[in-house]
Design a protein around this ligand. Sequence first.
Ligand SMILES: [Zn+2]
Ligand SMILES: [Zn+2]
Length: 237
Amino acid sequence: MRICPRCGRETSAVIRGLCPRCFAEVYGVARVPREVRVEACRYCGAVRLGGRWVDSGGTFEGAVDSVVRWLSERLQPVEPLAGVRVESWEALTRPDWSTRILLRLRGWTRGGVEVEGEAVTTVRLEPSICPRCKTRVSGEYEVLVQVRGAPAGRLSRLVEEAVRRAGVGDAVIEVSESRDGVDAYLTHRGAARRLLKALQRLAPLRVAGPYREFVGLTSRGKRRTRDTYVARLAGDR
Ligand SMILES: [Zn+2]
Ligand SMILES: [Zn+2]
């Protein structure tokens, strides 16, 4: 038995000169990022972990839990620990797009000494659309914004920048390049108007439309319409 110089308790295991409890308090157990950003599908709640979309039951708790499980397998232990995992987690704020969580961690040394610790991080879910939902909603777009008048590559970058500035990324179903230019499919009209405004601030554009088209009935029997705008870079004819 040795005496821990920090807390004065007797300890059989010493890590960096401290008892396991003091070691965890002073050095922590794992290198936990302050924030974990993960794309989450705004339709079904699936989260994108390491390039793979993982179903999480459609709740914020489920999404955070999937992120924590994934994180647990990738956490780096603090030296000289050999490994670490998340034992459990608890939400410090109401689970939402951004959730502050407490992680209860268990690390271990090569010699098998266990060390318990805690860490706080924020799981930030970024609204996106998983491929399955994309396929489903792509038949349900409300607005098509056609951008014309320059090579598609240049228009794509312009649209990308405008989407970012307008903050409408979660309403964009798809942006596709064609021989004529770029087509952006959006879920609702308000987002399309914001996108067009942002585009006009970035480049001189003449906007025509909306051209409204009747495309059938919704499941509730309401008329379904689609709008198309054509935005053309000024100077092009
Ligand atoms: Zn101690
Ligand atoms: Zn989805």
